[in-house]
Structures are given as C-alpha cells and as structure tokens.
Design a protein around this ligand. Structure first.
Ligand SMILES: [Fe+2]
Ligand SMILES: [Fe+2]
Length: 268
C-alpha cells in the first residue's frame, strides 16, 4: 500500500498556527494524506511551543510533532515532552534532556510511521552530540515492524543536511531539513529510495525576515544594536513536502513540494 505523508516546516507564531488550521483539512482531502508531521519549534511567539499551543497544533491535524533548538523555551512543554507519545526531542541532546527519541503514528489501517529528530552542529549555537551517530542509534531502536521512518534534520548548513540524506539513504523513508525557514528546490528520491529535501521552508509570515518583522531585523543588521524581533503578520504560507512511501518496504517513490497560501481575509 502506498502512503502519502505531509511534512510541514517550522510553524511560526499565530500566523503559522492559523494557516495550519486552515490548510490541513484542505490538503488532507486534496492529496489523500495518511500522516501529517509538523515541526512546531517556533509556534509560540516565534520561539518554542507551549503546552496550549501543542494542543492546537494537534487539533489542527498534526499526527507527529518535531521541534528544534528552541525546544525548551516554554517551561510547560517539558511535561508534554515526558508524557505525550506524538512529540519528540532531538535525539542528540544529552540523555537527561526531557522527551522521547522517537514517536510512532499508526494509520487507520495499522501501518506504523516513526519520526525522529536530530540537530545539526555546523553554525548552530546549541552544541549537540553527533547527529549521524544519534540517527543510527535511534533507527536501530525503532521496532522492526515499523518500516516507515521519517527524520527531521534541524540544521543550518545545507552541506550537513545533504550529508545526512546520503548517510540515511535506504534506511530512512524521508529525510527533511528544517530550521532555516527558507524552502529549498532540491527535493529528490535518492538511489536507495529515501525522499530528501534540504529545507521544508517555514509555515508563517513571508513578509518578514524568516518570520520576524522585517524593519526590525533590517535595522538591527545595519545598526548592530540588538532589538526584540516581533513575529511578522503578512503573506502567510504553509510550506512542506508530500512524499509517497510504500508501507511494506518503507521506501519512497516520490516527493513533491507543497505551498499553501493563507486566505488574505483571515490574516491580521
Ligand atoms: Fe525554526
Ligand atoms: Fe531552529
């Protein structure tokens, strides 16, 4: 059986949450989706995910949730990380970091889809353990009846992400990049049938600098004086990919980029 899996890039603030709620019923119907995986690391005011917003991201239709370097910005997410079975921490954080290293969604027909997350090390402030070794370790720990494995590589450098794609080719069904908030045009199915893209892009306001008020960010680049960056509000889009994966082998046959523009009437 072929499954269609939607992977959604970093949800940013209220605009991101709103377009998620608006888009998921439409995309689910349009593309006959079987599973939706959402990177929600910027959902609460642009940094982190609160427990309340976790509930909203799930209610919007997400089956599995990944985060990133902003994972613990909201204190009340820690209990969610420890108890919920549909959200993961980056597996290369220290072992004492709260959260689970993989999560599994079962479709209505009983097919298991596992998600894992790892952080990059190039140009990242948060220094994590080796993402390649962590991915190997967690993939080996996933129950063998779960053939579909999706990896969110939350990283800055395209070179590190592409290297991860090759490292996991034939062992992961999908490897997608997040964190840079800019969609890349390099989606492809690798030779051993892993669907790959360097970055899904952000789900949030594009009239911005990667989700933040563009005047503030541009001003700060020019003046060198740090200032608070508010989440922007306009030109909100959902960005991600849909991959087609065979349920018995876990191998991918197709990957396509998805962009959904929010109805302007519903934007603030
Ligand atoms: Fe992000
Ligand atoms: Fe990030």
């Amino acid at each position: 059986m072929e499954l269609r899996i939607l992977c959604i890039g970093d949800v940013v603030g209220r605009p991101g949450r709103q377009v998620l709620r608006e888009a998921l019923p439409v995309l689910t119907k349009q593309h006959s989706l079987d599973c939706i995986i959402t990177n929600a690391e910027n959902s609460t005011d642009g940094a982190g995910l609160s427990a309340a917003h976790y509930q909203k991201v799930v209610a919007a239709g997400s089956h599995l949730i990944t985060l990133g370097d902003h994972i613990y910005r909201r204190r009340d997410i820690i209990q969610v990380m420890e108890t919920a079975d549909n959200i993961v921490k980056p597996a290369n954080l220290p072992t004492q970091a709260p959260g689970k290293e993989f999560a599994i969604h079962r479709t209505e027909s009983g097919v298991g889809i596992a998600v894992i997350s790892v952080l990059g090390r190039l140009f990242m402030k948060l220094q994590a353990n080796c993402p390649f070794a962590a991915a190997d370790r967690v993939i080996a720990a996933i129950p063998s009846d779960v053939k579909i494995i999706v990896v969110d590589f939350h990283a800055e450098a395209t070179s590190e992400k592409i290297a991860m794609g090759w490292h996991l080719d034939g062992r992961a069904s999908i490897v997608f990049g997040t964190h840079t908030h800019v969609p890349t045009a390099d989606e492809r199915v690798l030779p051993k049938r892993t669907a790959y893209i360097s970055d899904l892009g952000m789900t949030g306001p594009y009239d911005s600098v990667i989700g933040r008020d563009r005047n503030r960010v541009v001003g700060t680049f020019i003046s060198g004086v740090p200032s608070p960056f508010d989440v922007a509000t306009n030109d909100t889009r959902l960005c991600g990919i849909i991959a087609t994966v065979e349920s018995t082998t876990g191998r991918a046959s197709a990957i396509q980029r998805i962009r959904y523009d929010a109805n302007p009437a519903t934007q603030r």
